[in-house]
Structure formats: structure tokens, C-alpha cells
Design a protein around this ligand. Sequence first.
Ligand code: PLP
Length: 460
Amino acid sequence: MTRFISGRTPTTNAEAFERALVVTPGGVNSPVRAFRSVGGTPVFLASGHGPYVTDVEGTEYVDLVGQWGPALLGHAHPDVIAAAHAAVDRGLGFGAASTGEVELAELVLDRLTLTAADGTALAGTERRGIEKLRLVSTGTEATMTAIRLARGATGRPLLVKFAGHYHGHSDSLLSEAGSGIATLGIPGSAGITPETAAQTIVIPYNDEDALAEVFAAHGDRIAAVITEAAAANMGVVPPKPGFNRLLADTAHAHGALLIADEVMTGFRSTAAGWWGLEEREGVPYDADLTTFGKIIGGGLPLAGLGGRAEILDLLAPLGPVYQAGTLSGNPVAVATGAAMLRGAGPEVYEHLPRVARTIADGLSSALSAEGVAHTVAWAGSQFSIFFRDSAPQNYAEAQAQDVFRFGPYFHAMLEHGVSLPPSVYEAWFVSAAHDARAVERVLAAARPAAQAAAAARPAG
Ligand SMILES: Cc1ncc(COP(=O)(O)O)c(C=O)c1O
């Protein structure tokens, strides 16, 4: 008789959750999945194809979570799956150098050179900042390593981050973070020493004065500023035009580095992977280190850290900054990542904003018809709805919304076959596979969801 193994796969979400609660903290392996901020039983997914996911009960949903970013081509894209199968047949991993890692790095670096519509490189727009790439397994590792590298390169201790930005769950980066920290409404995490927390200075996003002040006070001790290229973990809050550029210029004027976190934005809004560059800035801003994840792994655990050779070469085995990983550059993950990037041609990047706009317009009209104050915020094809009149510019403004409307809105959507991220503080994702039929199904849910949001009342 075993203590835990029932020998039967759960067939309802409730049964799956009940059993998960026994063996896993909170029943989940990443907090937002637990539905804590929207209430109810989490949906346990069994499969995903194209724009749809299906739960263990056999209910199909149009998916607007997109694996939190990686599912750029939709779920189980045939080319990505074929690449994974072929790689699996050669072995699951070797813990040694393999050629697929080189090919993925070449593919990523190549994409970071901007090209004109006819495919020719645009003069003067090379990503000068990214000459080499180190592959790791998660976005958390990528940003954690970027910080260590920045400290190693500058010999300085302090890090500046923005309230509401999320860069993974390493100790230095959880103060006033977005994503699950925002969803659970907590200021940070227990288990981080005051000494570590004191090395991170948190300032409001899009605030030029706060930036100037922090550099005036601590400029010679700041190793780096880290920023999401466009914030998307407090809902979508893009940088003001020119803000990323200001970050680079300010950091460089004080001998500090800029770390652009493109784990979420990279390769989602542009084929060149660089969200801020074309869409907002018009000119390149030189990040010294750039982190990628999600899409470059094609849906498997893979992320990367890029920068100028002189900085990246400070990593072991060439330099004194240590980083390593048993699973880093896993051959199956690099193969799926390469297949994903190869499949992400210009037509994908034309489709995404179009389909996102159609969905957002339809949902917005329905909310307006029900008299619900809201605004849709954008960063490329990523968007989210805020239950407030105007688009927020920082975390405090993102929090100042009718959060209580989101739970009923989310559940009405789910009942009508649409899966949204289960938190008001997450971005929504579409994919190349979201076709007219999928969009129609989302729009059919718009009215009942808007009515649920309109009828919602604050707790207590
Ligand atoms: C901007 C950003 N950076 C880093 C991370 C952490 O990546 P991972 O969850 O792969 O550790 C995330 C995760 O959502 C993210 O959105």
C-alpha cells in the first residue's frame, strides 16, 4: 500500500487540486496558478493545440495566457514539436557542449540585427550591446547572472530596480516586484536577509526625477539599473517615450550598467526581439546586458543572457564571475527554441498586433457598453485591461484600480470558454495561431464578462 500514489489520474479540476494540495504547497508549482486573487478552483490543463487549451475535464478554452509568453506560434506547433521529437531521439541531455547550443546562439544574435522589410540589415542599427550569449534554464537565472556580472564588472554593490517590475525570484529582485508578488499583494519575500534587501534600491517607474535623485545620492556605488524593456508584470505599463534611453544615458554617465530584461518582451513584438527600439524610441538605446527567456526556449526551460564580449567574457571559464548549470543549453530545449525562432517570420509579427487589437477593441466596447471604467494598455502586441480610466505609468497607479472587478470578469470569461491570466497584474498574450474562429469565441464572451465586471462590488 503506498501512502501517496492513488494509481488513477484525476479527471476533474477539483479532484486534481485536492490531490495537489496534499503533495505540493498551495497545490501549485508557481503561485499565480493557484487562482488566489480570483478565487475558485484552478483549472488543470491536459493539452494545448494552436490557440486552445483543454483541461482534465475535457473543456476547451481559447488561451490568452500563451504559457506566459513562450507560445508565440500557438500550442504544439507542428514544426516545434517535430524539432523536439528529433532532439529527444538523439538523447535528452549530455551535460557537455553540443552543436545545437551554438546554432541557437547564432540564431538569436543574428535576429538582433535589425532588418528592413526586404531582409537587408539596416546600417547603424546593429545591437552593438549583444555580441555573445550565455544560455541558462530560466529567466530567473538569466537576470540573477546579469546582476552578478554587473557587480563583477563594476566592482560596485548596488542595484536599482523599478517598483512593479518582475525579474524572477532571486533574492535581489523581489522587493516590490510585480507578477505573483503583486497578485498576492505582498511587499516582497520572507527569507531574504536585510543586508541583501539593502543592496537593491527600488524607485517608481517612468519617474525621471527619482532616477536622477538615486544616482545623485549613490551614483558611485550603483552597479546597474535593471528594467523590463516594457513593464508587463503589473499589467502592461510601457516606458514613456525616451525613458529607456534616459536609463542607459544616466547609468553610463555614472559608470553603471543598464540591464534590459527582455525575458517577456524579447521576440514577441518584433522579429528583432527588441521591444523598445523600433516601437517607442526610434533610436537604439544601449543596454549593456540583455536577458531573454520564454520564446527563445520554444516552450521548454531555456533562457539567455547577452551582452558585449568584454562583459560576457568575465563569466567562467574565461573570467572570475561564476555561473553554471547541469541543464544549461539542454539539447531538446535549444532545438525547440530554434524551431520557434525560425517559425517566427515577419507575417507572425504582422498578425499578432492585428489580432490583439481586434480582441482588445471588442472587449473594450463591451465594457464601455456596460459602463465599466477601464483602459487597455499596450506594449507591442502584449496588452492588459486596467479597471481605471487612464493608463497607469507606474506601480502605484496600476494598483489604483477597481481590482475587485477582475475576479468576476475572469470567471465569466472562463465559463464562456476563454482562459485569461488569473491575475489583474499580468499581461495577455495572443499567438500566430489565434485565427478568426478563436477571436470570435473570445468576442462572444465579451458581453457576459463585461456584465459580471459591472455587477462586481468591493469585498466588505
Ligand atoms: C520580465 C521577466 N523577467 C524574468 C522573468 C523570470 O523568468 P522565469 O519565470 O523563467 O524564471 C519573468 C517571468 O515571467 C519575466 O516576465
